[in-house]
Design a protein around this ligand. Structure first.
Ligand code: ADP
Ligand code: MG
Length: 314
């Protein structure tokens, strides 16, 4: 009986494939394929907690919000919550259906709308970098900038609002997630890294306009739960050095100190592999046994050490 607790961070390709428009059918079909992989891990005896990206989904919700004046537009934190509910539903639905199809025990499946605390004085708030929402013309952008927002011209395609990407510190719903996972529920949570909130001096929380990296948020979740394994599933088979060059080489295993050294040499691109390696290093440095980066289509092989990159202590 393995019964290791594995926190799995699912990449964008688990829900939406490049080139797709994002119809409900497309997303449900991708999620169904993803859930087959997850249920195979359950069959092997692993316990899993799932987290996922939400970039395209929250982007579409923001566009829908901006597209009409008939109903009031919602702020970013509420759009983030909507995206968690939408993806959570697709995952719950597909996971349950896959358990039924395989004739497996119908254990509880639940998604938790999750908030993640960020620090109000995170330097990221001084320098917003993440583009969100639709493109607008310059006049509109200038008007919003006069109201204090940050907008950038995006490679000739128009103007886009940018928001900060602060470091996640703490998962607010951790205890609820822990209890569900302990009782053998399959939990989907911390979507998009969690809805960013800051703690006020009186201890209350306030939603902020920001986006959290889903891999860094996933690490806080995995470490907070005391997971045995933190596994990031994406669209490449493993972590490479010299990625995209003729000398490219995939790594099957590295220690945290090796990973840190390669990180300093610039092998992992910011915004894609960079935060994944950072999240894995943090997980192992905080006492985790192993972190894994691998392909969504090789989840079981990666867990067993036959595929992907393992990041281990020392
Ligand atoms: P996800 O949506 O799963 O988080 P990302 O697009 O953010 O995926 O990150 C995965 C991408 O990282 C890969 O498709 C690859 O193009 C890129 N990448 C950058 N550096 C590396 C590297 N050193 N090794 C492997 N992939 C890398
Ligand atoms: Mg991606």
């Amino acid at each position: 009986m393995a019964k290791e607790l594995v926190v799995i961070a699912l990449g964008g390709n688990a829900i939406l494939q490049p080139g797709q428009r994002g119809t409900a059918e497309e997303q449900l079909e991708n999620v169904r394929t993803t859930c087959r992989q997850i249920v195979t891990l359950l069959e092997e005896g692993y316990r899993v907690v799932l987290t996922h990206g939400n970039g395209p989904q929250v982007g579409n919700i923001i566009i829908q919000n901006q597209a009409t004046d008939a109903v009031p537009a919602m702020p970013m934190d509420i759009c983030g919550a909507e995206s968690q509910g939408m993806i959570g539903y697709m995952m719950q639905h597909s996971l349950r259906n896959e358990l039924v199809r395989r004739g497996m025990e119908l254990r509880p499946v639940a998604s938790i709308v999750t908030q993640t605390v960020v620090s109000a004085d995170d330097p990221a708030f001084l320098r917003p970098t993440k583009p969100v929402g639709p493109f607008y013309d310059e006049a509109y952008a200038r008007k919003r900038m006069a109201e204090g927002e940050t907008w950038v011209e995006d490679a000739g395609r128009g103007w886009r609002k940018v928001v900060p990407s602060p470091d996640p510190k703490e998962i607010v719903e951790l205890e609820a997630i822990r209890r569900l996972a302990r009782d053998h529920a399959i939990v989907v949570c911390t979507g998009g890294g969690g809805i960013p909130v800051v703690r006020e001096p009186d201890g209350t929380l306030r939603g902020v306009e920001a986006v959290i990296d889903k891999d860094l948020g996933g690490q806080r979740l995995a470490t907070g739960l005391g997971a045995d394994v933190f596994m990031i599933l994406t669209d490449v088979p493993a972590v490479a050095v010299d990625y995209g060059r003729p000398t490219q080489r995939f790594l099957s295993r590295m220690t945290v100190s090796e990973a840190r050294a390669l990180q300093k040499e610039g092998h992992f691109k910011p915004g894609s592999m960079g935060p994944k390696v950072e999240a894995c290093c943090r997980f192992v440095e905080a006492g985790g046994k192993r972190a894994i980066i691998g392909s969504l289509v090789q989840a079981l092989d990666a867990l067993a050490g036959r595929a992907g990159t393992w990041i281990v202590p020392c």
